[in-house]
Design a protein around this ligand. Structure first.
Ligand code: BG6
Length: 518
């Protein structure tokens, strides 16, 4: 078996059996924002609870709001208490944890801010023994990303004289199209080498998405079927029942295709379809994902309408609640052309997948929150039992279906035909074999942010996206974005609480397929 190259990083353990994190600090830009409070601090505190963080571990928050260390700690405590999932809030642990929390207010465009941050980091290094290792986390408005990295460089924060590491995590979106993603990369790579840039896509950190690789490459029974000969088509669904939750202004510019498909869902699709890497190492895994993303067919402008459906929700009554349409949300223009729903038919032009449609859909205000991947196999070649009483006359009615349930009911189901014992005849009925995380493992699964933060601290970028992956996925969606940009849509075209516009069903019907109701 080929050997993975030996990593120069002694803390690098690609299989993550025993993560050892060296002493370090995390500096969060945008520390007063939603992501810090909902995700980052709860994840870091949970890692502390599991004794996965090194002694002296410290957090420095920065934003424009003027606050003392004490006020920031209090604010973080309140958000951790509110957002920590599936574990009690341990007061004694918090008291110890918060001794390592600091806050430095300052404006990101002001060099003084970085000088103050440097002083704070130096003091922490001296007092808490963090050895100069710093993970910068960019959770600011995306328009600041390039200049913050440049300022980090200008302030001498991108390197450490004593040999400590300096890494930068960049939240999505990485650019708003191909050209801006390339420009952002050009600017940040003047300051940092690729190995120190961590572009986060939290879907890759989800336990169930990681498990797709285990399922495919840790078993022998599915992989031989994993190709065009056996698979008819694949449906990737990421439905959300919530609306835009106060993010109207951001979302109006982004839309569903940019917000979910360009990044999260194309990464999920690449995980389902990529070839096996020769070994489990960050570049080997990412090479395969990148190769797959590059094989996605780039649509011609004249093909966009038949391969892509854009939707926007209108008002509705769901239960006893009156739900506003997207155009009535705060911060949204009453004539917004934004997609709150997108469904795309992708093709992967390679030997394994030629001709297999990958239907990818996502939307806000759909009937429920569910993300899954449904792999539909070809029907049996002969309808041997087609005249059995009560059974459908065609085996097409219930082909084998493998469902990888990403969230919230995490697991895997395989649907197949079985003889129905009632009635005595050869009457068939689809049944299911199910694997559930809860019942099989009985342990809590770590949140994506816990996994990804720990990985970045350990210097493992396997689950982070690389520039070539980001560019390939922009290339795949760009013709759709351009075409949509030049078209005027009659919106709204689906009711809040429904499964999206009719055109989406029609898109699948043209190939003889239909959306599964997850
Ligand atoms: C974010 C999007 O990246 O992912 C949000 O910006 C979306 O609009 C969220 O709601 C979904 O993440 P999850 O983990 O809740 O499925």
């Amino acid at each position: 078996m080929p050997q993975a190259p030996v990593s120069a990083n002694p803390f690098h353990d690609p299989l993550r059996f025993e993560r050892r994190i060296p002493p370090c600090s995390v500096l969060i830009f945008g520390a007063n924002g939603d992501l810090t409070m909902r995700k980052l601090l709860p994840a870091l505190f949970r890692l502390a609870y599991e004794r996965k963080l090194p002694s002296g571990f410290s957090i420095v928050g920065n934003s424009r709001t003027v606050m003392t260390h004490e006020q920031f700690r209090q604010k973080m405590r309140e958000s951790v208490e509110k957002f920590i999932e599936n574990s009690p809030f341990d007061t004694a642990l918090w008291e110890d944890f918060e001794r390592g929390i600091f806050y430095v207010p300052g404006d990101l465009s002001d060099p003084e801010c970085y000088a103050a941050l440097k002083l704070q980091l130096d003091e922490i290094e001296r007092d808490r023994g963090t050895a100069g290792n710093v993970l910068f986390y960019l959770s600011t408005q995306p328009s600041f990303y390039a200049s913050v990295v440049e300022q980090i460089g200008a302030a001498g924060l991108a390197n450490h004289a004593g040999g400590g590491w300096r890494r930068v995590v960049i939240e999505k979106p990485f650019g708003h199209d191909l050209a801006s993603a390339q420009e952002l990369n050009r600017r940040i790579s003047v300051v940092l080498p690729e190995r120190n840039i961590y572009r986060i896509d939290h879907y890759l950190g989800k336990e169930t998405v990681q498990n797709v690789l285990a399922f495919r490459f840790g078993n022998t029974i599915f992989e031989p079927l994993w190709n065009r000969r056996y698979i008819s088509h694949v449906q990737v669904t990421a439905a959300e029942s919530i609306g835009v939750e106060g993010r109207g202004a951001y979302y109006q510019e982004a839309g569903a295709l940019r917000d979910m498909i360009q990044n999260h869902l194309l990464q999920v699709m690449a995980t389902v379809t990529m070839e096996a890497p020769p070994y489990f190492d960050s570049d080997a895994v990412r090479d395969e994902r990148a190769k797959l993303l590059r094989s996605i067919r780039i649509l011609k402008p004249e093909d966009v309408d038949s391969h892509a459906v854009k939707g926007q929700y209108g008002p509705s009554r769901i239960g006893n609640e009156t739900v506003p349409g997207f155009r009535e949300e705060k911060g949204v223009s009453p004539t917004a052309q934004t997609d709150t729903y997108a469904a795309i038919t992708f093709f992967v032009d390679n030997w394994r997948w030629a001709g297999v449609p990958f239907y990818v859909r996502t939307g806000k205000r759909l009937p429920k929150r569910v993300t899954d991947i449904a792999i539909r196999f070809h029907p049996a070649p002969m309808a041997l039992f087609s005249s059995s009483p009560g059974a459908s006359d065609s085996p097409l009615a219930a082909p084998n279906l493998l469902i990888l349930r990403i969230q919230p009911d995490e697991g895997i189901s395989l649907r197949f035909q079985s003889k129905d014992p009632s009635g005595g005849g050869m009457k068939l009925r689809p049944v299911s074999m199910d694997f559930n995380y809860g019942s099989s493992f009985g342990t809590r699964t770590p949140s994506a942010y816990e996994t990804l933060l720990l990985d970045a601290l350990a210097g493992d970028s396997t689950l982070y996206t690389r520039q070539d992956m980001v560019e390939a996925s922009w290339r795949a969606v760009e013709p759709i974005l351009n075409h949509w940009n030049n078209t005027n849509f009659e919106f709204p075209n689906y009711e809040a609480g429904s499964w999206g516009p009719k055109a989406s069903d029609e898109m699948l019907a043209r190939r003889g397929h239909e959306w599964r109701i997850p």
